[in-house]
Design a protein around this ligand. Structure first.
Ligand code: ATP
Ligand code: MG
Length: 460
């Protein structure tokens, strides 16, 4: 498979150079996407993944170093070859320091360029393979249940089938989605994640499908939605159970017809995506309660991956605890081991917040220990059973909102950070809980909301 056509980004403002190099690359059996300036180059980099990039150093509107910087951020495994007619030592050093694979002088010796391209592509294929293996290896666990999960992922990743991932909060749903994408045929293509639970009812459709200029007040220019950004790649809809019913109708139509319109638009756009959905809710029950459309449920429930709660596979606890101990020991620069009674306490606890709760507990314990050993008293009290749930600091005269804040955070802590369970015991919606946590700052979902909206053009 090493010879399948690769996609190479070629950035040069000189027409003749672009033509010559494009031809050379075509002869090698690969494809180019060419850009004559930095603006177009950055746009392409945001939209797709390249196996290799060749860039001129001096561009009419910027520098090849900025092109390289953006590649380093969005796809660090893509090698970059810098080509320049204005060689200076400073530039050569800067390019090398940033990790340029090679630095070539103009006029380019085509034989040399051919060799460099072949070698760089070989390197990038190796890096990709390592990336793929590690996405699955990142899922730690030696229980039969986790082995089944990994087998399942290996089996379905290569197909384009829609996957519904179900599991309690903190069981690794997002990790599983990452692994499916990394092992899929769409691995080099866009991977767009959307957490439906944090989107407001008003904005969800424009967020997913984009909008035309003037579609509603505030729509001052056209915007591409997440579906469009994911075209050719994979879309991960996290917390899909939280989607409002009217948006569910639209989603179903898009999935069935494989086309959509932007909000306020008339043009119908075709779409090619692989869909992965996740939820910590019982969707079947949501259907019975009339909160989730059954036709959409059938449409997304093509194959289902259920992630087991940690208490269903306690044999994984010591391995995971050790994994996180190492991770945080390295991060914080400590070399501390678990005391036997600490492992015993970890093993005995029920972990309502699953792996995320375990990870947080171990991180806290690593940091809060002082000697060589991590003693059990460094674990949160609910785990060691040494004290009841945190008490509230409520005195008359405090604003109601402050009391509410403390109460909500205490409930969340009592449920080991499991938002779904905390929301249930507070008898409020999960979405309401998300909104409140976000208002408190830092308590929201944070990292699984893709940043950037792909609108980096001028006039932004
Ligand atoms: N099997 C595992 N091995 C290693 N780390 C794991 C495993 N499962 C989960 N984690 C870690 O636990 C945390 C939670 O995982 P993840 O975000 O994938 O869970 P989730 O099911 O999406 O949770 P939520 O429903 O709260 O969004 C992450 O930091 C992840 O790296
Ligand atoms: Mg998640």
């Amino acid at each position: 498979m090493a010879n399948e056509g690769k996609l190479i980004l070629l950035v040069d403002d000189h027409d003749a150079t672009r033509e010559t190099i494009t031809e050379l690359i075509r002869d090698l059996g690969h494809q180019t996407l060419t850009a004559a300036n930095q603006f177009m180059a950055l746009k392409y980099i945001d939209e797709r993944r390249f196996d290799l990039a060749l860039t001129d150093l001096k561009l009419p509107d910027g520098s090849g170093l900025d092109v390289m910087r953006r590649l380093r951020q969005t796809s660090p495994e893509t090698p970059v070859v810098m080509i320049t007619g204005h060689a200076t030592i400073e530039n050569a050093i800067e390019a090398t320091r940033m990790g340029a694979y090679e630095y070539l002088l103009k006029p380019v010796d085509l034989n040399r360029l051919r060799t460099v391209i072949k070698n760089a592509l070989h390197l990038s294929a190796l890096e990709r393979q390592i990336g793929r293996a590690s996405a699955l290896d990142a899922i730690v666990g030696h229980s039969a249940k986790i082995a089944e999960v990994k087998d399942f992922i290996r089996q379905i990743a290569k197909t384009d089938v829609t996957v519904l991932i179900q599991g309690e909060s903190g069981t690794g749903k997002e990790m599983a989605a990452n692994a499916i994408q990394a092992l899929s045929r769409r691995e080099g293509a866009p991977f767009v994640k959307v957490n439906v639970a944090v989107l407001s009812r008003e904005l969800i459709e424009s967020e997913l499908f984009g909008h035309e200029k003037g579609a509603f007040s505030g729509a001052i220019r056209q915007r591409r939605g997440r579906f469009e950004m994911a075209d050719g790649g994979t879309l991960f809809l996290d917390e899909i159970g939280e989607m409002p019913l009217d948006s569910q109708v639209k989603l179903l139509r898009v999935l069935q017809e494989r086309e959509f319109e932007r909000v306020g638009g008339t043009e119908t756009l075709p779409i090619d995506i692989r869909l992965i959905c996740a939820t910590n809710l019982d969707l079947r029950q949501r259907v019975d309660e009339g909160k989730f459309r059954d036709d959409l449920y059938f449409r997304i429930n093509v194959v289902r991956l259920r992630l087991p709660a940690l208490r269903e596979r306690p044999e994984d606890i010591p391995l995971l605890a050790e994994h996180f101990r190492q991770k945080y020991s390295v991060r914080y620069g400590f070399d501390r081991q678990f005391a036997p009674e600490t492992l015993k306490a970890l093993r005995a606890y029920a972990w309502p917040g699953n792996v995320r709760e375990l990870e947080n507990a171990v991180e806290g314990a690593v940091v809060r220990s002082s000697g060589q050993l991590i003693d059990a008293d460094r674990l949160p009290e609910e785990i060691t059973g040494l004290a009841p749930a945190p008490s509230l600091d409520v005195t008359p005269g405090q604003p109601l909102a402050e009391v509410e804040r403390q109460y909500i955070l205490a409930e969340l802590a009592r449920h080991g950070g499991n938002k779904a369970m905390a929301a249930k015991s507070l008898a409020i919606g999960l979405k309401t809980l998300y909104r409140k946590l976000e208002a408190y700052g830092g308590g929201g979902q944070g990292n699984d909301e893709a940043e950037g909206d792909g609108e980096q053009g001028p006039g932004n």
